[in-house]
Design a protein around this ligand. Structure first.
Ligand SMILES: Nc1ncnc2c1ncn2[C@@H]1O[C@H](COP(=O)(O)OP(=O)(O)O)[C@@H](O)[C@H]1O
Ligand SMILES: Cc1ncc(COP(=O)(O)OP(=O)(O)O)c(N)n1
Length: 268
């Protein structure tokens, strides 16, 4: 069985972070492993508090996994501090996994900062160059590129700017723009669009975590980047279409809808 490792924060509410990543890996048929960088006390409404995990424990988790188990893909989410960015980059440089999907998580839907401002430069300098693909949303891409993004032309220009920071490819997610949620890939050679249909729902907690983990799962299984993104886009679209009205805020996506649906059909 192929494997994927998520290096990210824990979301007690289960919709984003490590919890979303592991559900996504399972739903997409890869064995999931985790390195926890921070614990958030979070639900569908808000992030109440954050405890960063000690740097030595983050290092030990990474080493415990890599020293023993084959890692076919790494997905990176919430890194919280510049110290965490540095130790994760250092260990990934050491182990050189073939695939690194970096979701440059910065702010939760409720507006809580999940990456300290002082860590942004470290993220740019140390993490972006290691990535097979980065998956910023529009606000994250604006911070990383230093430009405002409103139009398709802005998206193209931002992709090129982010590519200059060193990742092998940039997938700029269009979910935060008006209109259809279309995502744009730039791999240094050509643009590819992954088009979606907007689902009118407030239950979109963890969409970014879920998309990036699904891409990591596809790459772990040996899919080419475009194929992995297309199947991840199909997966997140279905997960949003059948998202769950749990809690009082932004409910989670439905990570196992397809699996349960298939099982139900087979029972009949
Ligand atoms: N309401 C929606 N309907 C359908 N797809 C969506 C919707 N909102 C976001 N998406 C898609 O979900 C994925 C995650 O995007 P986004 O929500 O922008 O990320 P983030 O959670 O990092 O802010 C992207 O593929 C985006 O196009
Ligand atoms: C622990 C943790 N990690 C990441 C996020 C952000 O997740 P994302 O998929 O961008 O979803 P929203 O927060 O935008 O709903 C998080 N909230 N918590």
């Amino acid at each position: 069985m192929k494997t994927a490792l998520t290096i990210a924060g824990s979301d007690s509410g289960g919709g984003a972070g490590i919890q979303a990543d592991l559900k996504t890996f399972s739903a997409n048929g890869v064995f999931g492993m985790s390195v926890i960088t921070a614990i958030t006390a979070q639900n569908t409404v808000e992030v109440r508090s954050v405890q960063d995990i000690e740097i030595n424990i983050i290092k030990d988790q990474i080493e415990a996994v890599f020293d023993d188990i084959q890692v076919d893909a790494v997905k990176i989410g919430m890194l919280s501090s510049s110290e965490t960015v540095k130790i994760v980059a250092d260990r990934l440089n050491h182990y050189s996994p073939k695939v690194i999907v970096l979701d440059p998580v910065m702010v939760s839907k409720g507006g809580h900062h999940l990456l300290k401002e002082q860590a942004i430069e470290a993220l740019k300098a140390k993490m972006l160059p290691l990535a097979t693909v980065i998956t910023p949303n529009i606000p994250e891409a604006e911070v990383l590129s230093g430009m405002t993004i409103r139009t398709v032309e802005d998206m193209e220009q931002a992709c090129k700017k982010l590519y200059e920071l060193g990742p092998k490819a940039v997938l700029l997610k269009g979910g935060h723009l008006e209109g259809e949620p279309n995502d744009l890939l730039w791999d240094g050679q050509s643009f590819n669009w992954f088009n979606g249909r907007r689902v009118e729902t407030k239950n979109t907690h963890g969409t970014g975590c879920t998309l990036s983990s699904a891409i990591a799962a596809g790459l772990a299984k040996g899919e080419e980047l475009i194929e992995a993104i297309q199947s991840a886009k199909n997966y997140i679209s279905i997960a949003i279409e059948h998202s769950l009205a749990l809690g009082h805020g932004h409910g989670p996506t439905n990570h196992f809808y397809e699996l349960y649906n298939k099982a139900r059909m087979e029972e009949r």
